[in-house]
Design a protein around this ligand. Structure first.
Ligand SMILES: *[C@@H]1O[C@H](CO)[C@@H](O)[C@H](O)[C@H]1NC(C)=O
Ligand SMILES: *[C@@H]1O[C@H](CO)[C@@H](O)[C@H](O)[C@H]1NC(C)=O
Ligand SMILES: *[C@@H]1O[C@H](CO)[C@@H](O)[C@H](O)[C@H]1NC(C)=O
Ligand SMILES: *[C@@H]1O[C@H](CO)[C@@H](O)[C@H](O)[C@H]1NC(C)=O
Ligand SMILES: *[C@@H]1O[C@H](CO)[C@@H](O)[C@H](O)[C@H]1NC(C)=O
Ligand SMILES: *[C@@H]1O[C@H](CO)[C@@H](O)[C@H](O)[C@H]1NC(C)=O
Ligand SMILES: *[C@@H]1O[C@H](CO)[C@@H](O)[C@H](O)[C@H]1NC(C)=O
Ligand SMILES: *[C@@H]1O[C@H](CO)[C@@H](O)[C@H](O)[C@H]1NC(C)=O
Length: 786
């Protein structure tokens, strides 16, 4: 395609939005400091006693599920089919009681992603196997949708309103469900709080933000409209309708953008799509309260500035490049979703035929492209962060089709791998932050991880629902109120494997951890995979890894460079300008360099791995067996020139308290091992040990069996002076606070073995193990027992 429009800039935004990740632009926020008292000495008691007392009686009598779990993490949970409806009702009622007894899990306000702080309890009755009751008892869960058309076509819509995402039968029972569910109760309060806060603000002002267009504007409007329309339907107070109309009137007025059909900036179609979605929700959810004139105006604006532009886009590849067959990513999902919501909202009222035409285009196009953005193992084809945008669009569109037409129209079923994408999200979510490889994306005003609710319900994966309901971003999104199934019960971690391996050649990667519920847990994630076909959002980063321990990220990512930079998205070919920017170059990753060169874009790594296979049990206090381990190795020789052989491997040592990273390499040019850290690094005088400090936590690194002349050195996270220059006027953003730990060696054959020893509280120096030297070819689960 000739032009690739960027999706937003990367300007730091001070909204407090937890999903805005501005790595490199700001000084690292202090992480939560806690001692790691789970580690081998005693078991925290804390609030276990209270929970046990409250829940014991309830759970003791419930229809308890078989507790067997699979080590693969694809737990055997789900609706316990075969049980009688009486059992279902009892289980469901018990699920509701347990939730009320446990209440909400607090979130860590000083962590980047406001991660949940799970209560330290060994009471296994409180947290059980993930279960999803299929009860249709409307006093505790959603009743069946009365709209069950025999001909579920995209243009055959239900006759009652709303049609989109939240049909009338759900609004009817919602107030009662709110009284039964602490989650729904808290989220309802948050949405009302947000609606009230937005109410007093000025209309969103038009601001053309360079190549990011008016995306922020449109997402703001959508966020507001969702909250106001929700507040109206819950109160019947027309002040919310009036405020919504005022906002929509402004967003279609001469004060907002050009006074022609390009008002919503269709050349950057995400903007058009998000604004169309905002208008669609207002039109549909406020339908009964709007006057005929107001409806006509909203509809006409939606057609002129939104849907007609969509028809144009499908005919014009310059504007509609995102309709392409190979656009497996957020653009295709968000654009088709916004247009679909708009068309479904006005179908039947629109006598121009535009809505029908749009649905004839968006549904097949999204199945062809958006639905293919999840690969065979559930991994999102762009990055861990773009998963939020893409799945929000995909889930909104799927949900709207289900409610409006009685069918997902195959958006959820054409690629069954979507049933796995919740595992991708959970595995890529470390105790401190995402394994945030590649680009991070712009502000997430209207994108969340709440697709987990829809996917969990649709694919019968209660663990997705249970994971997401404790997350901060579940709370301020009206979609949560309707996607959340209150009959999900248990703990997502009960039976969930500690290690997850993703082997699709597009993104081979692995995540290994010591616990799902301890925010101080050990977490390692590492990747290989292809270096193209990620919608130009990836880095040249085969072998890149992150390491978390004791609530701190020790080896981390630099994230996006400046999205406005020349050539940033133009191409992912070897000579692309994108690969001139430090944060995208191989030297900007936690990887090996050969001859200081970028990796080859056509690399085709192969991977191997194994795990001792533990899954966490129902307790939040999990003690890893002392022989628990996992490893992952990749043959990365195809990523490098001047390299005769190269494998990288990483493994858990000493019951997942230490980590060994090993590179077995033969190169005919100098090599350099690199790792980026926010820590203060001091290299010990002998050069083969280094001490890293972040806050009051310490981690040491040791170079084992150091080759002659091999020592740790440190340097700034900056390009080499002899790198090819960035395009004129586009310097690299600075990386304040980041240090690169390096090992530089001349051409030769080496086994570089770097041991990471987090200094867990209560652990003596004699408790650390020094693993034997084993070539990567020989790694097995037992190879490092000594
Ligand atoms: C939803 O939250 C609002 C604001 O806190 C509250 O007034 C209302 O009663 C809540 N709705 C229900 C059904 O509890
Ligand atoms: C919505 O309300 C919550 C709870 O008060 C708050 O944390 C969040 O920042 C609000 N969201 C916005 C966008 O203002
Ligand atoms: C709002 O009006 C609808 C329709 O008349 C009614 O069913 C519902 O109970 C009302 N809700 C409130 C909170 O008054
Ligand atoms: C719309 O108006 C803007 C600003 O006046 C102008 O730059 C643009 O060319 C116009 N576009 C069309 C399609 O008329
Ligand atoms: C440094 O800390 C920031 C903020 O927590 C984080 O986004 C970034 O990834 C960290 N950088 C590294 C190299 O760990
Ligand atoms: C590696 O060598 C090939 C063949 O000579 C060349 O095309 C490619 O640009 C080189 N890669 C890098 C990163 O220099
Ligand atoms: C993993 O290790 C187990 C135990 O040593 C072994 O039986 C199995 O074959 C290994 N799997 C792979 C894929 O190597
Ligand atoms: C290097 O020095 C550190 C700290 O002084 C020490 O712990 C380590 O054992 C030394 N390593 C070698 C190989 O001498």
């Amino acid at each position: 395609m000739a032009t690739r429009y960027t999706d937003a800039n990367n300007t730091p935004y001070g909204s407090g939005d937890p999903y805005y990740s501005s790595s490199g632009y700001i000084t690292p926020a202090p992480m939560k400091k806690r001692t790691s008292n789970w580690l081998k000495f005693g078991i925290p008691v804390l609030i276990a006693v209270i929970i046990a007392a409250v829940v014991g009686g309830v759970v003791g009598s419930r229809n308890h599920n078989n507790n067997s779990t699979s080590a693969s993490g694809k737990s055997s949970s789900g609706s316990s089919s075969g049980s009688s409806s009486g059992d279902q009702a009892a289980a469901a009622s018990s699920a509701v009681s347990v939730q009320n007894a446990l209440g909400l899990v607090p979130t860590a306000t000083n962590s980047l992603y406001l991660i949940p702080i799970y209560p330290s309890t060994t009471n296994t009755a409180a947290f059980t196997t993930p279960t999803l009751s299929t009860s249709k008892d409307a006093s505790i869960g959603w009743p069946a949708d009365p709209f069950q058309p025999s001909n579920a076509s995209p243009t055959n819509v239900r006759t009652d309103r709303p049609r989109l995402i939240a049909p009338a039968y759900k609004w009817e029972v919602l107030p009662e469900l709110i009284t039964k569910s602490p989650y729904l109760r808290a989220w309802n309060d948050t949405i009302f709080g947000n609606a009230t806060q937005y109410y007093g603000l000025d209309n969103v002002q038009y601001f053309m933000d360079g190549s990011s267009g008016i995306l922020d504007n449109c997402r703001y409007v959508k966020e507001r409209v969702k909250a106001w329309a929700y507040a109206y339907r819950m109160t019947n107070d027309t002040k919310w309708v009036d405020r919504t109309v005022k906002e929509l009137t402004h967003a279609a007025s001469s004060d907002f953008g050009p006074s022609n059909s390009t008002k919503w900036n269709p050349t950057h179609f995400l903007d058009t799509a998000e604004m169309t979605a905002a208008f669609a929700v207002a039109y549909d959810w406020l339908y009964d309260a709007l006057t005929a004139d107001q409806k006509t105006t909203i509809r006409q604006n939606m057609i002129t500035y939104g849907l007609s532009q969509g028809l144009d886009a499908f005919n014009n590849p310059n504007i509609g490049w995102w309709t392409g067959k190979d656009i497996h990513g957020n653009w295709n999902c968000v654009c088709n979703s916004g247009l679909t919501l708009g068309a479904l909202a006005i179908l039947g009222d629109d006598d121009t035929g535009t809505a029908e035409k749009i649905l004839g285009l968006t549904v097949p196009n999204a199945i062809q492209s958006c639905a293919q953005a999840v690969s065979s193992d559930g991994t999102w084809a762009e990055t861990a962060n773009y998963w939020y945008f893409g799945t929000t669009g995909h889930a909104e569109m799927s949900s709207a089709l289900i409610t409006a037409t009685g069918s997902d129209q195959q958006l959820l079923t054409s690629n069954q791998n979507f049933a796995l994408t919740g595992y991708f999200h959970m595995a890529v979510f470390g105790p401190g932050s995402l394994f945030a490889y590649g680009d991070h994306g712009p502000n997430k005003y209207s994108a969340t991880a709440n697709s987990m609710f829809l996917y969990g319900d649709f694919y019968k994966k209660p663990e997705f629902i249970l994971f997401q309901r404790d997350q901060f971003d579940a709370g301020s999104d009206p979609w949560s109120m309707f996607w959340y199934n209150p009959l999900a019960s248990g703990a997502f971690w009960d039976g969930l494997a500690l290690d997850h391996f993703f082997d699709d050649s597009l993104d081979q990667w692995a995540a290994m951890r010591s616990s799902w519920t301890d925010q101080n847990a050990l977490y390692v994630a590492i990747k290989a995979g292809q270096l193209q076909n990620h919608q130009t959002h990836n880095d040249l980063d085969a072998g890149d890894f992150v390491l978390d321990a004791m609530g701190v990220r020790w080896a981390g990512e630099l994230g996006s460079s400046d999205y406005n930079s020349e050539g940033y998205f133009t191409s992912d070919a070897q000579n692309a300008e994108r690969w001139l920017y430090y944060r995208k170059r191989t030297e900007g990753q936690n990887a090996i360099l050969v001859n200081k060169a970028n990796q080859n874009v056509n690399a085709a790594p192969t991977v191997k791995h194994n795990t001792s296979g533990e899954a966490q049990g129902s307790s939040t206090v999990y003690n890893v067996p002392s022989d628990s381990t996992a490893f992952w190795t990749a043959n990365l020789v195809s990523a490098y020139n001047d390299t005769q052989s190269y494998q990288r491997g990483i493994r858990m040592i000493n019951g997942r308290k230490q980590v060994l990273l090993q590179d077995d390499i033969q190169a005919s040019q100098p090599i350099m091992w690199r790792m980026h850290t926010n820590a203060t690094v001091s290299v010990d005088p002998n050069g083969t040990s280094a001490t890293l400090k972040i806050g009051d936590q310490t981690l040491t690194m040791q170079l084992l069996n150091a080759p002659s002349g091999a020592t740790f050195t440190t340097g700034p996270a900056e390009r080499f002076s002899d790198d090819p220059p960035t395009p004129t006027g586009w310097a690299d953003p600075a990386n304040p606070g980041v240090t690169v730990v390096m090992i530089s060696l001349p051409a030769g054959t080496y086994s570089l073995q770097v041991l990471f020893n987090p200094q867990w509280s209560g652990m003596q120096s004699s408790d650390f193990k020094t693993p034997p030297s084993v070539s990567l070819d020989q790694w097995t689960l037992k190879s490092h027992d000594s």
